[in-house]
Design a protein. Structure first.
Length: 335
């Protein structure tokens, strides 16, 4: 089974971290979120993963992530010369499909969706595309919605792009199984969005739409600074599926007079000076420095960032994205 990770786009909602630090490389629990996504694919039994990235960033991604996952699964870096939308991106990667279905996931969502079951469901119902969905409250959900087919369990009669409905809904998680036949339905040129243009048109074209009810799952889009901070806090308190270390990273130095509360993750090589006070849930990035008497409460301190002596930071992201990017490159080189 192959998987395709969509890591293109500008990440404009995550500014000012982007574009200096591309969104899929933004740290969650001291690892790029893309690394967690690749781990998730490994657990589903994926045998090869392609990651679509802007051509200008390919070298950066390759140096930080490498050419294989932590479990040894090959990673192919696939260039996107110009923004073509999610549909256009899939069309451009038709050769990667190689005539078979591909599991497609976003690079910026931490998820506990059972991807192995999604793959099995897709094959069982014989769909052209299968979408993993979860129950949502329409009063709060602003995303895409699937309409179940009562005559054929496990399939949908319609895919509706951000309909603004009310009541109990089945909302898309952003994880898809995409068959190769669907690629012919995507225009050969220009920008095409898979969710708003391709998926809604499939039932009318006679292509069956699979619906995989993922059940109760964790989903965290880290697409804005506030959501990135929340994703880090949830990881530290154990509210997400990520396996986070409970002890400071290698080479971390913590002054005996510093106070480090529970639910504080300290990265490798970090330095915590005298009388500093760290209160969780917080993440201190690799080689970050917390000055004497500084207070860090519920914050995300980026890799290589500094909190000056006596400063107080609360519920915010601290650090320069360029320095964080350079620190990720350094750490990758050291490994």
């Amino acid at each position: 089974m192959k998987a395709l990770v969509l890591a293109g786009g500008q990440g404009s909602r995550l500014r000012p971290l982007t574009p200096t630090l591309p969104k899929p490389l933004a740290p969650v629990a001291n690892r790029p979120v893309l690394s967690w996504v690749l781990d998730h694919l490994d657990r589903a039994g994926v045998e090869e993963t392609g990651v679509v990235v802007p051509v200008a960033d390919m070298t950066l991604y390759r140096r930080i992530i490498g050419t294989s996952t932590a479990a040894g699964t090959p990673v192919r870096w696939l260039p996107e010369a110009a923004a073509a939308g999610t549909g256009g991106c899939l069309r451009q990667q038709a050769a990667f499909f190689d005539g078979g279905p591909v599991l497609v996931v976003p690079a910026d969502i931490v998820s506990s969706v059972d991807l192995a079951r999604l793959i099995g469901h897709h094959h069982a119902v014989g769909a052209a595309v299968t979408v993993a969905a979860v129950v949502r409250d329409g009063a709060q959900w602003a995303g895409d919605v699937l309409v179940p087919d009562p005559a054929r369990p496990g399939t949908a009669t319609a895919y509706r792009f951000k309909p603004g409905s009310t009541g109990r809904l089945l909302g898309s998680t952003g994880a898809w199984m995409v068959g190769p036949d669907v690629l012919d339905r995507i225009p050969g040129q220009g920008f095409t969005d898979f969710s708003s243009q391709t998926l809604p048109a499939l039932p009318a074209a006679g292509l069956p739409l699979g619906l995989f009810d993922a059940g109760e799952v964790y989903l965290r889009d880290i697409g804005t600074p506030a959501k990135l901070l929340t994703g880090n806090q949830e990881a530290v308190v154990g509210a997400s599926p990520l396996e986070v270390a409970s002890t400071p990273g290698d080479g971390a130095r913590i002054d005996p007079s510093a106070h480090v509360g529970e639910q504080v993750l300290i990265g490798e090589g970090a330095q915590i000076a005298a009388d500093a006070c760290l209160t969780g849930p917080a993440v201190i990035g690799p080689h970050a420095r917390i000055g004497a008497g500084a207070h860090v409460d519920g914050a995300l301190v980026l890799p290589g960032a500094r909190v000056d002596a006596g400063c107080r930071v609360t519920e915010e992201i601290v650090g320069d994205p360029g320095r964080a990017r350079d620190m990720l490159l350094r750490l990758a080189a050291e490994r």
